[in-house]
Structures are given as structure tokens and as C-alpha cells.
Write a protein that binds this ligand. Structure first.
Ligand code: MTE
Length: 471
């Protein structure tokens, strides 16, 4: 039995777990499945923000007293709860046998934790996006079945025995011995396993227009993190006798029907960072994520992580392929397009609590979220409860790895007053995640890609959490 408040925030009701539940925490309410209904789209004007800020200054924001906080006390023992006083059905009967599920699945009680499509974005046949439910995940690794998907032309479950991977040069002198590899060939070679995030360049893209989608799944869910296993591309280029002094770029080509081709600069290839990967979280890649082979380009936007990888060409100049000349460019305020801005700059977001959830009562909460940078490690995350007036340094949970998600948390005692929750990350280059105002000053408002601005979640007096923008 779960005690939860109804959506309208009126009297508490007891009931079975909500099948549409997004979040398993008993103190947080559920996120709506879909969005784009009128009442869920928040357009927050500057005036509104100033009003809220004024309220904070007058009332004094809800602040953290880390030393003084204590977890909410559990119900006193023997308070009449049959689930502690009586033998449960599972405590008094024989369980199911070993290997009843040859491939283990999550509990049926967790089935609402799922990838979701945005009805506003993904109705073009197989060219689609599904978003990772960041609000329901712990730690930094995304379960493979919840990894976001972005396909330009649908996905395939390719027969690995028939998959081929080729390396050649733009000129014969650039690769002395062009080769075609089978998967078996590749899997005989020494491999490495590394944890990295992948973020689509269009993640948080809807927010450029000051439209706030309701949940973190839709605002930031084109983001996932896995342990990838594969062969460094450098090893394969050396195997083919590539001229690594003349090479300046490589072109990566996918085997699907989308003609996905991307230019990758040679530097991360030479450093050994770029992988030709077949493994994800200890098993083979999932078909949706490129099985049996994908390129892993740490820190770089997802589009360069070419799936169903079939060819690498060694070259001397950028290729200006369609997905780098027309798409994945940033329209700047002066009307020019910025091209090849591939690196995902430092960014963070609070995932708990986040839009669509509700705080069920006052008291202690562990506010938690994710931070990442395409330029290296996260060195610091600050959290604000009053829309950026005061900041508290968050704890970074280990491991803190380069070009990987970092989990942060900070204790908070909610006093029942409105709050504006934000997180601001800093990476090892000293780059500080910008506010919307700072980002728009440089980038204007007409971009789709590379929005790394500070996210704000507004907590209302009734505990409802919603997405707002502080300009
Ligand atoms: N590779 C191929 N061959 N075809 C594609 O459609 N989509 C790209 C990239 N690689 C794509 C591709 C885009 S836009 C992104 S964001 C990532 O794959 C998404 O990877 P994922 O689906 O594993 O999350």
C-alpha cells in the first residue's frame, strides 16, 4: 500500500501503486505520462520571477541546515501495520524457481519506469526519440533497457555474423592496407571498458523557446551513461597502416538507411579515447543502441556516436556531411550558423525532486541530480533553493570520472514555503554552467542544439514541482 496525495493536492488517500508511476520514492508524487496539454506548459515571464524572488527576500528562503537534519522518523513500531505485524504471503510460501526468467527483468511493480516518446516531437515514422526516465534512476549508470534512443531512420537488429566494418583512406597513401573486419576479428583484439555519458546535442532543445516541458525525462532525458567496451580506433588504424601524421580527420559511417556520416577530428582518436565498441554495461550493445558495433566519442554530442558502424575513412579535411552542414548547427544571433560545435559543455540538472513530482510533506529531503562535462571531470556543483540568490555546495558522489555522469546530492529541509531549485556545475577547465540569461546573451534564442543552461524547478506551497525558467 502506498500513501499518496491526489493530483489536486487534496486529502490523502491510500491505494495500490499507481501503474503510471514514474518514481518509486514514497514521498514523491508521480510524473504525468505525456505533456503538451495546455495546463502543463509553463511560460514564465520575468515579472513572475521577480515576484517570486521578492517573496523569498521578504520571507527568507527555506535553507539547509545540514547538521541539524534528520531523516523523517518511520512509523512507530506496532502501530497496527499488518505488513510488519503479520506473516506476509511471500514470507509463508514457496517462491518461484531459479531461472524462471532466463534473462532477468525488473519487478512488475516498476513497469512504469520506462522510456517515453514526446508526442510533440517524434511522430515522423521511424525517425524518433525516446527519453530516459532520469527521475527514477539512482547512481550514474543507465540500465541498458532505459538508454535513450535517437534514430534518424529506425533501428535494426543486425545479424552479427553478417556485419562488416571497413577502414580505408580518402587517398590510398593515407591507409596502406585497407581492411574489412568481421565482429569475430574485432573481438579477438585487446579491448578496454570505460564509463561515459552520451547526450544528444538536441537535449533540452525545447527550452530554447521558453517552453518548459513538465518532467526531467522530457527536458533532459536524451542523456544516458554506460560502461562501453571496445577496441580503441587508434589500434585499428595502426593495424591498417594508417598514416597518423598526415591524418587530420576520420569520417564515420553507419550501416542503417539514414546515411549517417560524421567527421571526427583525429586528436581524440590518437589519444585512444575513441572506441569501436560492441559492449554496453557488460553485455553486447542493445540493437537500439547500435548492435553489434557503434562508435564511442567521449564528451562529443550523440550524433557522432555512429551506430551500426560500418566504415571509417581516414581523411585530411572535414567532410561537411548533411548531418554537420544542415543539421546539428547552431543559429547565432547575427544569422550565421555555428558548425562543428560538437563538445557537450558542462551541465547539470536536479532529478529528485523534479517537474511532475510533488513533495508530500514538509521536512527532510535529499535533493539529488546529475552533472557532466564533455571537457573532463566535474569539480563542483552548487545547489540553490531560492532561484540563484544563495548557493550551497553539493556533495559529489564517487566515482567522479572524466566525460561521465557525476551524481550529486545535498540535504534540504523543506519548510512548506515556495522554493526555486537549481543546480550549477563547474568542470575541471573552470567553466561554470551558465544561466539562461548568460546563455541567450551569446547564443540568442533561435538554436535547437547545445542548451546547457541552469534548470529551475519550482516547488509550490502544496508541494507540486514544475518546470519554470528564470531568465
Ligand atoms: N547512427 C546511425 N547510424 N543512425 C542514427 O540515426 N543517431 C545519432 C547517433 N548515431 C544515429 C546514429 C544520434 S542523433 C544520436 S543522439 C545517438 O546516435 C543516439 O544514440 P542512442 O540511440 O544509442 O541513444
Amino acid at each position: 500500500m502506498t500513501l499518496m496525495r491526489t493530483a489536486k493536492g487534496d486529502s490523502p488517500r491510500a491505494g495500490p501503486p499507481d501503474p503510471a508511476a514514474d518514481v518509486t520514492s514514497g514521498r514523491l508524487r508521480r510524473a504525468p505520462e505525456n505533456f503538451l496539454t495546455g495546463e502543463q506548459i509553463h511560460l514564465v515571464s520575468k515579472g513572475r520571477r521577480e515576484f517570486l524572488r521578492a517573496g523569498f527576500l521578504a520571507a527568507g528562503a527555506a535553507t539547509v541546515a545540514a547538521a541539524a537534519v534528520a531523516a523523517p522518523s518511520a512509523v512507530a513500531a506496532g502501530a497496527g501495520d499488518p505488513d510488519i505485524l503479520q506473516t506476509t504471503p511471500w514470507g509463508g510460501s514457496l517462491g518461484r524457481p531459479v531461472a524462471a526468467n532466463p534473462y532477468g527483468l525488473p519487478s512488475r511493480h516498476e513497469r512504469a519506469l520506462a522510456r517515453r516518446q514526446s508526442p510533440g516531437l517524434t511522430q515522423v515514422a521511424a525517425a524518433s526519440v525516446s527519453f530516459t526516465p532520469l527521475q527514477g534512476l539512482f547512481g550514474i549508470i543507465t540500465p541498458s533497457g532505459l538508454h535513450f534512443e535517437r534514430h534518424h531512420q529506425g533501428w535494426h537488429d543486425i545479424d552479427p555474423a553478417r556485419h562488416r566494418f571497413m577502414i580505408n583512406g580518402a587517398r590510398p597513401e593515407l591507409v596502406r592496407t585497407p581492411k574489412v573486419y568481421t565482429l569475430d576479428d574485432l573481438m579477438r583484439l585487446p579491448s578496454v571498458s570505460r564509463m561515459h555519458f552520451i547526450e544528444c546535442g538536441a537535449n533540452t532543445g525545447m527550452e530554447w523557446g521558453n517552453v518548459a516541458v513538465p518532467t526531467v525525462q522530457y527536458s533532459h532525458g536524451m542523456l544516458s551513461c554506460s560502461e562501453f567496451t571496445g577496441v580503441p580506433l587508434r589500434t585499428l588504424l595502426e593495424d591498417c597502416g594508417a598514416d597518423l601524421r598526415a591524418a587530420r580527420f576520420v569520417l564515420a559511417e553507419g550501416g542503417d538507411g539514414s546515411s549517417m556520416t560524421r567527421t571526427i577530428p583525429i586528436e581524440p582518436v590518437l589519444s585512444g579515447e575513441v572506441l569501436v565498441a560492441y559492449g554496453q554495461n557488460g553485455e553486447m550493445l542493445r540493437p537500439e543502441n547500435g548492435y553489434p558495433l557503434r562508435l564511442v566519442v567521449p564528451g562529443v554530442q550523440g550524433v557522432s556516436w555512429v551506430k551500426w558502424l560500418r566504415r571509417i575513412e581516414v581523411g585530411e579535411r572535414p567532410y561537411a556531411a548533411k548531418d554537420e552542414a544542415i543539421h546539428y548547427v547552431d543559429l547565432m544571433p547575427d544569422g550565421q550558423h555555428r558548425q562543428y560545435t560538437s563538445i557537450q559543455e558542462c551541465k547539470s540538472v536536479i532529478t529528485t525532486p523534479s517537474g511532475g513530482q510533488a513533495l508530500l510533506d514538509r521536512g527532510f529531503f535529499s535533493v539529488s541530480g546529475l552533472a557532466w562535462s564533455g571537457r573532463g571531470r566535474i569539480t563542483r556543483v552548487d545547489v540553490s533553493f531560492d532561484g540563484g540568490i544563495n548557493w550551497t555546495e553539493a556533495t559529489l558522489q564517487t566515482p567522479v570520472l572524466s566525460k561521465c555522469l557525476t551524481r550529486f546530492s545535498v540535504p534540504w529541509v523543506w519548510d512548506g514555503r515556495p522554493a526555486l531549485l537549481q543546480s550549477r556545475a563547474v568542470d575541471e577547465t573552470g567553466y561554470v554552467q551558465p544561466s539562461y540569461g548568460q546563455l541567450r546573451q551569446v547564443r540568442g534564442t533561435r538554436s535547437i542544439y547545445h542548451n546547457n543552461a541552469i534548470q529551475t524547478w519550482q516547488v509550490a506551497e502544496n508541494g507540486d514541482v514544475s518546470n519554470v525558467q528564470i531568465l
